[in-house]
Design a binder for this molecule. Structure first.
Ligand code: SAH
Length: 259
C-alpha cells in the first residue's frame, strides 16, 4: 500500500476513536490536547464537566488547524455519559495505586486496542490536572495505561494525550496489512446496566449482606471489563440474573402463567 493510501486507511480506522478529557481545569490544556489529537489523526474530543473551559484559551492553543475539534467539542455531564456508546474504554493514570488494575504500557495498550477499531467505538480517557481519574471512573475502563517516566510520574495533560495518540497513530502507520478485527463488543451503557442487575441479584440472595458494595462492584467490573464481553454474552448473564431473582422471590407466577 502506498504511503498516501495507508494514511487514508489509518484515518478512516481512527474515525471511531474519541479523546475524553475529564473535568479539565485549563482551557490551554484542552486546546493543546485538541491540537495534538488532530496531528495524530483523531477527530473527536469530548469534555466531561458542567461547562467548557474558557473558549479563547482553548482556541489559542488549538491553533486554526484543530479549530474543528474545538468547535465540534461535546460536553457530557459524567464519564459514563461520555462513553455510553463505547465498547472499549482506555483510562490513563499517572499513579499505579493498589486498586488500579490491568496496567499496560502504551505499546501493549495499542496492541489490544487496534483490533477493536473495526467494529467498536473507542475512548481514550484522561483525568483532571490536579487529581487524575477517580476509582469510580477507572471502573468504566476496559484497560488502564501508564506512560513510563524516569522521574515524577505525572505528565502535563496535553502532553499525555500527545504520547498516547502518537503511540496509536505511529503503530498503525508502521503496521503492514490489516490488523485482525475483534468482534463488536457490548457498550459501556449495556455493561453498567448488567452490573446494576448483578448487584440486585446478589443482594436478593444475601450475597452482598456482608460484602463491601463498592469493592464488589470494583472487582466484578474489573473482571468483566477486562474480558470484553459481547452483547449476547451480557444478555446471557441478564437472563441468569432474572432467573435467580425469580427463585429468590419464591417463584412468583409469571405473566400468563397459572400457579
Ligand atoms: N496529579 C494527578 C496527575 C494528573 S495529570 C495524579 O497524580 O493522578 C492529568 C492526566 O494526564 C492524568 O489524569 C492522566 O490522564 C494523564 N497523565 C499524566 N501523566 C501520565 C502518565 N505517566 N501516564 C498516563 N497518563 C498520564
Amino acid at each position: 500500500m502506498g504511503e498516501h493510501k495507508k494514511l487514508e486507511a489509518v484515518k478512516e480506522q481512527l474515525a471511531g476513536v474519541r479523546v475524553v478529557l475529564v473535568r479539565p481545569k485549563y482551557g490551554e490544556n484542552v486546546g493543546g490536547a485538541a491540537r495534538v489529537a488532530h496531528n495524530m489523526g483523531i477527530r473527536r474530543l469530548v469534555v466531561v464537566g458542567l461547562e467548557l473551559p474558557e473558549q479563547a484559551a482553548m482556541e489559542k492553543m488549538a491553533t486554526h488547524h484543530a479549530k474543528d475539534l474545538i468547535s465540534g467539542l461535546t460536553l457530557a455531564p459524567t464519564l459514563a455519559d461520555a462513553v455510553a456508546d463505547c465498547s472499549w474504554v482506555v483510562g490513563t493514570t499517572a499513579r499505579q495505586g493498589r486498586r488500579r488494575f490491568f496496567l499496560k504500557n502504551p505499546a501493549q495498550m495499542v496492541d489490544h486496542l487496534v483490533p477493536k477499531l473495526a467494529h467498536n467505538q473507542v475512548a481514550l480517557v484522561f483525568g483532571p490536572e490536579d487529581c487524575g481519574l477517580s476509582n469510580a471512573e477507572l471502573e468504566l475502563c476496559n484497560a488502564t495505561v501508564t506512560i513510563p517516566t524516569a522521574d515524577f510520574s505525572s505528565l502535563n495533560l496535553a502532553q499525555a494525550v500527545g504520547v498516547i495518540c502518537y503511540e496509536l497513530f505511529s503503530t498503525m502507520m508502521a503496521r503492514k496489512g490489516v490488523a485482525p478485527a475483534a468482534p463488536s463488543l457490548a457498550s459501556s451503557r449495556l455493561l453498567a446496566a448488567m452490573y446494576d442487575d448483578l448487584e440486585k441479584t446478589l443482594a436478593a440472595i444475601g450475597y452482598l449482606k456482608e460484602a463491601d458494595l463498592a469493592l464488589w462492584r470494583h472487582n466484578f467490573s474489573h473482571f468483566f471489563n477486562r474480558i470484553g464481553l459481547r452483547a449476547r454474552e451480557v444478555k446471557l448473564l441478564n437472563g441468569l440474573c432474572q432467573q435467580v431473582q425469580w427463585l429468590a422471590q419464591g417463584r412468583p407466577a409469571r405473566k400468563g402463567e397459572k400457579k
